[in-house]
Design a protein around this ligand. Structure first.
Ligand code: AMP
Ligand code: MG
Length: 342
């Protein structure tokens, strides 16, 4: 469903054009280092509502706010004393970057951003293009630029394919460096708690703060107002199944498919070749997330490969998952929620 959106190279003129559109209350897609975001200025409720409409995002799912630095962040949240000390330590270690803080919002922050909650999710993005826009517009709400529940966009073409009819501009900042949504850390509760795992892990945060934080647990809540925890999300249209060592764990359950109907995605090319499928003439069906199995590369490529396979002839996509440790937890989280639909 591609539409009329213009994909713009991030020249100074294009950045000015997009910033002006935002300031007029339009929504536009911008690159971040995690995934592409669908942005609106936070001072215009009509503009914020356009994000919900374009994404078909339910009104109970709060947005995420992006700011330039810690002082701009502090303008929007209540954070004093020891909590500010922790926030400063974390921002010195990880910001700008893929770490989102959930904090008590100031009263003047629009309720539509927080979906009626007392807290907002807020982060300091690293992508230079996003930062240039922020300098001209001030804080921007920008959840991922995809229809609600579909695979997250990691390049401008992904946004164009799914939201091209809904927006005028997509600023092209190249493929996203991280490729996975930010880690969300709730600083409004005690102990501090991970709401969404990402490339910044529990161990990295504990190491900076010198205190235990509550790791992400997918079963922690059935509360849809914390949709980082929604069981089903990030889903391709094609049926998806996960395996650890061998696709034999899956295919016996799908006798209706012949091997040509099935795409197999290994973590690394080494594992793909060790599996024997490539040698058994199934070359066309075998893919890998990363050459060496490096989890940062897996994260960077994962959504793009799912998008690509979703557009091909396959009826079943089988993905290998890593060990459930460090950032493997975030990779498993996205893949298992993508598979939960079927
Ligand atoms: P997205 O960038 O599309 O993943 O959207 C932002 C994410 O932040 C969503 O998963 C929201 O549910 C989450 N989020 C936003 N505000 C809050 C909040 N106040 N508490 C918990 N999660 C939030
Ligand atoms: Mg999203």
């Amino acid at each position: 469903m591609a539409g009329d959106a213009k994909i713009l190279e991030p020249t100074e003129a294009a950045i000015n054009l997009v910033a002006d559109a935002l300031l007029r209350g339009e929504i536009v897609a911008l690159p971040t280092e995690t995934v592409y975001g669908l942005a609106a200025i936070i001072s215009n409720e009509d503009a914020l509502q356009k994000i919900f409409a374009a994404k078909r995002r339910p009104s109970w799912d709060p947005l995420i706010v992006h700011v330039l630095n810690l002082s701009a962040l502090r303008d929007l949240v209540e954070v004093e004393g020891n909590l500010f000390h922790k926030l400063r330590l974390l921002s010195e270690a990880f910001c700008p970057g893929p770490l989102t803080f959930v904090l008590k919002k100031k009263k003047n922050v629009a309720n539509v951003i927080s979906a009626g909650k007392k807290t907002i999710a807020i982060r300091i993005p690293a992508h230079s293009v996003f930062r240039e826009v922020l300098k001209k517009t001030g804080p921007l709400a920008a959840p991922s630029a995809n229809p609600f529940g579909y695979i997250s966009p990691t390049c401008a073409a992904h946004v164009y394919q799914s939201l091209g009819n809904e927006i005028s501009y997509i600023l092209d900042g190249g493929p996203c460096e991280v490729g996975l949504e930010s880690t969300i850390l709730d600083l409004s509760v005690q102990p501090l708690m991970i709401l969404r795992p990402g490339v910044i892990t529990v161990a990295m945060i504990e190491n900076i703060l010198g205190e235990k934080i509550k790791p992400y647990h997918p079963l922690v809540s059935a509360d849809p107002s914390a949709p980082g925890m929604l069981k089903q999300h990030y889903s391709p249209r094609t049926r998806l199944r996960l395996f650890r060592k061998s696709i034999k764990e899956i295919i016996d359950n799908f006798p209706e498919y012949s091997m040509e109907d099935i795409a197999i995605v290994y973590l690394s090319s080494k594992e793909a070749h060790a599996s024997g499928e490539v040698e058994h003439g199934l070359k066309e069906n075998v893919f890998w997330f990363s050459e060496e199995g490096d989890l940062h590369e897996v994260a960077r490529n994962m959504f793009a490969i799912l998008q690509q396979l979703d557009g091909m002839q396959f009826h079943l996509i089988c993905c290998q998952i890593p060990e459930a440790e460090h950032m493997g937890i975030a990779v498993i989280d996205r893949l298992s929620r993508a598979a939960a639909k079927f």
